[in-house]
Write a new protein. Structure first.
Length: 154
């Protein structure tokens, strides 16, 4: 185990993409996270759910995410990095639980795409704004699921 507060956890997740380029490839997410974690002076520890499609609606089929949630409690972890809010959670309930877990263990949460960084303070306005973003991510997930049902040959 590393010294206290020297590790930046990173999480990447594969998406299921049919009709466009995969703009959220795990390789791109990994590169973005490593660059940011290292520029923050921390040691990267990246966990990836890349086997098939892993929905962001729950953690049931996301073993790497469950590992992150266990690991976040360790004293050597200073921050959790995710490339985009949609990679972490696509439910507002999950998002709120993540915020509370990070706060409880004094771990900064950094969401690169949306510019969220709880180490710089996370007041009521930021929590409201991120909650709205979580609701939008959940809505997008629901729409994507409906499209999958529509195009499914079954």
């Amino acid at each position: 185990m590393a010294k206290n507060g020297t590790v930046g956890l990173g999480y990447t997740r594969k998406s299921l993409v049919y009709e466009r380029a995969d703009e959220t490839s795990v390789e791109r997410q990994d590169s973005n996270l490593r660059g940011r974690i290292e520029s923050d002076g921390l040691t990267p520890e990246i966990h990836t759910d890349a086997q098939g499609h892993r929905s962001g609606r729950s953690d049931r089929n996301r073993p790497a995410w469950r590992m992150i949630m266990r690991r976040i409690k360790d004293a050597d972890v200073r921050a959790l990095y995710v490339d985009s809010l949609s990679r972490a959670w696509r439910s507002s309930k999950g998002w709120n639980e993540l915020l509370e877990t990070c706060k409880r263990f004094n771990v900064a949460l950094r969401i690169l795409k949306e510019g969220i960084d709880t180490s710089k303070g996370f007041g009521a306005a930021q929590k409201l704004n991120s909650g709205v973003m979580a609701e939008v991510a959940e809505f997008e997930s629901n729409i994507a699921s409906e499209r999958m049902i529509e195009i499914s040959p079954f």
